[in-house]
Design a protein around this ligand. Structure first.
Ligand SMILES: [Zn+2]
Length: 232
């Protein structure tokens, strides 16, 4: 079932240790087949060396296991919240990549200090609010997803233009049109988080890049008037 998607989600998961975004079993990537409404995701607690496309788990959008011997990632409910709310995304990734997780632990948005950030994320990468003790107790992973959605709704953000979020005291989620692009965004996010950290080290009074440069860099790669790179 879903052989092609399994293969792609497998390759996307293996990118996490290859790009040094995860340690041990941390992190997980999923991808969705929108026609069938089925999600392929990493199993819970499995070492990356032991992962194969066949060991990935297929779940429906309610979280029922449709195919697979192993339990799906414990973060599955968060992934499903994002897929259900945002029809424009096809892949989701969660890591504890160290610098992005450091901003999450500091409970701060990552300010847009330069064009590397502006090329991929429109505006700051938002840090979501803390979950309440009741939310943590009731359905932690599902509520994590709901708080991410709340952040984007309240701030009027488009998830396609800002394809990542920081969960307070936790770490980042990123997404994209498919699983590989989600991981690509997670890799860029870690780089951008590093640069922002260093920017503030060098100049604690550093200010975000001017709006004109933010817009220029974002819109030359995205939207109707994009001209960066080659036509697809
Ligand atoms: Zn986590």
């Amino acid at each position: 079932m879903l052989e092609e998607l399994r293969e792609e989600v497998y390759r996307a998961n293996m990118e996490l240790p290859a790009r040094r975004l995860v340690t041990y079993t941390w992190g997980n990537v999923s991808g969705i087949d929108r026609e069938q409404g089925l999600v392929v995701i990493k199993p819970s607690g499995l070492e990356y060396e032991a992962l194969t496309p066949e060991k990935l788990v297929v779940v429906d959008l309610e979280g029922n296991v449709i195919e697979g011997e192993l339990r799906p990632s414990s973060d599955t409910a968060t992934h499903l919240q994002l897929y259900r709310a945002w029809s424009g995304i096809g892949g989701v990734v969660h890591t504890h990549s160290p610098m992005a997780a450091s901003w999450a632990q500091a409970r701060r948005d990552i300010p847009l200090y330069g064009t590397t950030h502006a090329d991929y994320f429109y505006g700051p990468v938002p840090c979501a609010r803390d979950l309440t003790p009741q939310e943590i107790e009731a359905a932690y992973e599902k509520e994590t997803g709901k708080v991410i959605l709340e952040t984007f709704t309240e701030r009027g953000l488009d998830p396609v233009f800002t394809p990542a979020v920081l969960c307070a005291s936790h770490g980042p989620f990123a997404w994209g049109r498919d699983a590989m692009q989600a991981v690509y965004h997670a890799v860029v996010l870690e780089e951008v988080a590093q640069m922002a950290y260093r920017t503030e080290q060098i100049n604690p009074q550093a200010q975000p890049a001017q709006t004109a440069i933010q817009d220029k860099h974002f819109y030359r790669k995205h939207g109707a008037h994009a001209y960066y790179g080659q036509r697809e």
